[in-house]
Design a protein. Structure first.
Length: 464
């Protein structure tokens, strides 16, 4: 019901913005506002009403959208050069020293951009002071690390670093955020803009909490993030209001049994037998847990080594990972896994211990910010796509627990067999860079923004 209302309102916005008849504008304005008032679950009521009024009044941005996009397109050669340089020299989490130097060099050359102090060894913060700084501060964040993958893409600018590759597109993310900085250096925003180039998105522990500790969100009123998306058609701006990416949790289970000679297995407490039962029982949980949002349980690693050639194992190890959109579901899932391990170990006479590692928080898109994405894309003439909530994860979710946040996507797919991220053959068309940079910059160039309290609202998922 809520998503249908959002889409209907978006259609009304398009009609209002593109018709010359004031009478027709007023008709669709009245219909749109009626939907806002009658849809009880319309969390984005205020933002939707504001967007309708903005559409009635004209351009949503403080500069003509056509000028912003046209300027971004002139940056394509420079953006392509930057992206290929970054792609040739990928660096892993918390090792992005050359990458950071390249980012700082590029930002330092832009009029109006100031590098800010940052206690992190890699990554950086920068700012453009707005013409009306009293209006607040908008943050634009990207991630900068690569993956430990040997590249097989075949592109002439492939990685020169053995066993390392920008296989998740973070070279593109850096370039798009730098492109946004170039656009905003040309089209000065009213609000101050904070640029966050964050290290270590791909690891646990990850970089977002450390960047927050380093002051990345100090004084920030709203933050925007994005990902280039191999599962979305090329050029599409992807949006999703609510939980857009999953949280994660890891359990390392160790079972302590008793070794025995293989001639006398009745004297053993074999961890292989126990863990095989545990795996089967965990796998069956999906038939017993009901949830309104997706979740998954994956067995990631199991190891049981014999004590000797003719002696059964004494210890066994199993790694289980969960992914979830609702933290309450994950809590229930983890409790059930612990019950299974305890029950099976008691049945066979073994002992156990379980180490837990909380991974990423779910990424929650504030529904009040969704209309801004859709209207900006429409103003720039970029196609929209209502994407599906993903079971993938991103540490952008940490920012959303502190300030209102929204995470969009930019489509890359050009064929049905397009190679997805985190694979050795991942490659994409750099023509996506200018429109993505224009779209990302537009998030800091709106005439109006909804007034939102910091952090996630009461209807968001509970913080893990």
């Amino acid at each position: 019901m809520e998503q249908a209302a959002v889409l209907t309102i978006d259609r009304k916005i398009g009609i209002i913005r593109n018709t010359r008849s004031n009478k027709r504008k007023e008709k669709h304005m009245a219909t749109g506002m009626a939907i806002c008032k009658t849809t009880k679950k319309m969390v984005a009521l205020g933002a939707a009403a504001m967007t309708l009024h903005g559409a009635f009044g004209g351009e949503p941005l403080i500069y003509p959208a056509s000028d912003i996009l046209a300027y971004a397109k002139t940056l394509e050669p420079r953006l392509t050069e930057i992206r290929r340089d970054l792609h040739r020299h990928p660096e892993l989490a918390f090792e992005e020293f050359r990458t950071t130097a390249k980012i700082k060099e590029t930002l330092s050359a832009l009029p109006g951009v100031e590098l800010l102090p940052c206690s992190m060894k890699t990554g950086c913060l920068a700012e453009i002071k707005g013409s009306r700084p009293e209006l607040g501060t908008i943050a634009l964040r990207c991630d900068i690390d690569a993956l430990p993958i040997e590249e097989k893409s075949g592109v002439p600018y492939a990685s020169l670093e053995k066993g390392k590759m920008h296989a998740c597109g973070h070279d593109g993310h850096i370039t798009i955020n730098l492109g946004a900085a170039m656009v905003l250096s040309k089209f000065r925003p009213e609000r101050t803009v904070r640029f966050i180039f964050q290290p270590a998105e791909e690891t646990i522990p990850c970089g977002a909490p450390k960047m927050i500790e380093a002051g990345a969100l100090d004084g920030v009123d709203m933050i925007w993030g994005f990902h280039i998306n191999a599962t979305s058609d090329f050029g599409n701006v992807g949006w999703y209001d609510g939980i857009v990416m999953a949280g994660g949790h890891t359990l390392e289970i160790k079972v302590h049994g008793k070794s025995a000679h293989t001639a006398y297995p009745e004297y053993s407490v074999n961890p292989i037998v126990i863990l095989s039962r545990v795996v089967a029982d965990i796998d069956s949980l999906k038939q017993t847990i009901r949830a309104t949002r997706p979740y998954s349980v994956s067995m990631m690693d199991m190891e049981c080594r014999p004590v000797a050639h003719s002696a059964s194992p004494e210890e066994g190890r199993l790694v289980v990972k969960t992914r979830y959109h609702e933290p309450e579901v994950n809590d229930h899932l983890v409790a059930k896994i612990k019950e299974i391990v305890k029950s099976r170990c008691e049945l066979f006479g073994a002992t156990f211990d379980i180490a837990e590692e909380h991974g990423l928080d779910p990424t929650y898109n504030r529904p009040e910010m969704g209309p801004l994405v859709r209207e900006n894309a429409a103003a720039l003439g970029l196609p929209l796509e209502h994407i599906f909530a993903s079971m993938g994860g991103d540490d952008f979710g940490y920012y959303g627990w502190k300030v209102p946040a929204y995470y969009m996507t930019f489509g890359l797919r050009t064929s049905p067999d397009f190679a997805i991220a985190h694979t050795a053959k991942f490659k994409w068309d750099e023509a996506v860079l200018p429109p993505a940079a224009a779209m990302f910059a537009s998030c800091a160039l709106r005439r109006e923004y909804p007034s939102l309290p910091g952090g996630c609202p009461a209807d968001a998922p509970s913080k893990p």
